[in-house]
Design a protein around this ligand. Structure first.
Ligand code: G3I
Length: 378
């Protein structure tokens, strides 16, 4: 029989329980509302990522492939044990929830919400306004600007209303900028101009006033033209009184490139606007097979340094990996010759990057104290 040390965690008192168990001073960043996902206490291993992160009030999340969750017991166990928040990788996207105009299919997403509730997890809703994974009836249709605006408002209102009370953070607008900081030409920008962004946040807020509403994008982890553009946007939105609560930096890195420029400082400047921040889709791809030591080390360092940047910014409330098993990663399908981006391998065994995150969380939540200052023989 395997003996597992475990700790009881409840959705609502996660931070409080662990704060009481440890004498570690904690920077708390608990959710600002009760998203209605309370549950009985759940037992998770006390060295799990979620238990360690809860000591500093941070949620550790994962994107979930709901097909795998439905059939793979090991995947279910890891999702429940290691993570305190879940994001549907695909099943809340417009293409999935309204494949035929006017006919909704919430079934897969509803199951994930139930799983989260049963395991004391919060849900990040992903994503309401995007240029990708739109239903064919929408992309192939011919609509006037007024009709498109009405369709977008209906989509946001219906989806946010359906999940009202069950979503902690919504990614309201996703990937509206190009890497050079100009706005991405999309069906929405082309028809409605940039005002669609403020409208989307207002409509989402009307449908669920308690959900935290995020702008989410990639390549905005560090200082640079794209994060400057997003900074300008969210600063304007705040100034206009638009109900935006946070900015999500996705965190899709590649060992080919350096670590994002001054990531902590970048997250902090968003926080200084009064916003929450979150790492929403972390993974670190590399060339495969990943036999090269420097690349493996870079991967571990990238995972840890992103977590450190988040830990150092009090407004950073969650760190979410974009799936946790290499067998189910989106990366090989998009980047030829690259992969191995996740913290568990093809057989759902934890990799060095998992242990790097675990160690960083242990340090953050209470490194052992030494006696004196460098005690010992002089
Ligand atoms: O569901 C269909 C299935 O019916 C069909 O048989 C199959 C054939 O290829 O395709 C299935 O759809 C796929 C879907 O994932 C669900 O598995 C799509 O082809 C595939 O393109 C889609 O990829 C997703 C991608 O977004 C779409 O752009 C990835 O799983 C998902 O990880 C990825 O996630 C995005 C975030 O939402 C936003 N940020 C970037 C991130 C990575 O691209």
């Amino acid at each position: 029989m395997t003996l597992r040390r475990s700790i009881l965690i409840s959705a609502l008192s996660l931070t409080a329980v662990l704060a009481a168990l440890t004498a570690t001073p904690a920077a708390t960043a608990s959710p600002t509302h009760d998203p209605g996902q309370s549950s009985g206490a759940v037992a998770v291993p006390d060295d799990s990522l979620r238990a360690l992160a809860s000591r500093v009030g941070l949620r550790i999340g994962t994107a979930v492939n709901t097909d795998v969750l439905a059939t793979n017991a090991t995947y279910q166990q890891i999702t429940a044990d290691q993570f305190s928040s879940v994001t549907p990788e695909n099943v809340m996207k417009w293409q999935v929830v309204e494949p035929t105009q006017g006919t909704y299919d919430w079934s897969a997403a509803d199951k994930l919400v139930k799983f989260a509730e049963a395991h004391g997890q919060l849900v990040r809703g992903h994503t309401l306004v995007w240029h990708s994974q739109l239903p064919t009836w929408l992309t192939a249709g011919t609509y006037t600007s007024t009709e498109l605006r009405d369709l977008l408002r209906k989509h946001i209102t219906d989806e946010v209303s359906h999940f009202k009370g069950n979503i902690w953070q919504w990614d309201v607008v996703n990937e509206a900028f190009l890497d050079d900081g100009t706005m991405r030409p999309t069906i929405w920008l082309d028809a409605l101009g940039s005002s669609y962004i403020a409208d989307a946040f207002r409509w989402a807020h009307q449908a669920d006033p308690k959900a935290l509403l995020f702008y989410n994008d990639y390549n905005i982890e560090g200082l640079g033209p794209k994060s400057d553009a997003v900074y300008g946007l969210v600063k304007d939105l705040r100034a206009q009184g638009v109900p935006i609560d946070g900015v999500g930096a996705q965190g899709h890195l590649d060992t080919k490139y350096g670590f994002p420029n001054q990531m902590r400082q970048n997250l902090q400047r968003f926080a200084d606007l009064g916003l929450k921040v979150a790492l929403t889709e972390v993974d670190v791809r590399t060339t495969v097979p990943d036999t090269t030591t420097p690349e493996k080390l870079a991967q571990n360092a990238d995972y840890s340094q992103m977590l450190e940047a988040c830990l150092l910014v009090r407004a950073c409330i969650s760190y979410t990996v974009w799936g946790f098993g290499d067998a189910f990663s989106w990366v090989p399908g998009v980047f030829a010759g690259e992969g191995s981006a996740d913290i568990y391998d093809e057989n759902l065994q934890p990799k060095a990057s998992y242990f790097a995150l675990q160690q960083t969380l242990m340090l953050a939540s209470g490194a052992p104290h030494r006696d004196g200052t460098g005690a010992g023989r002089r």
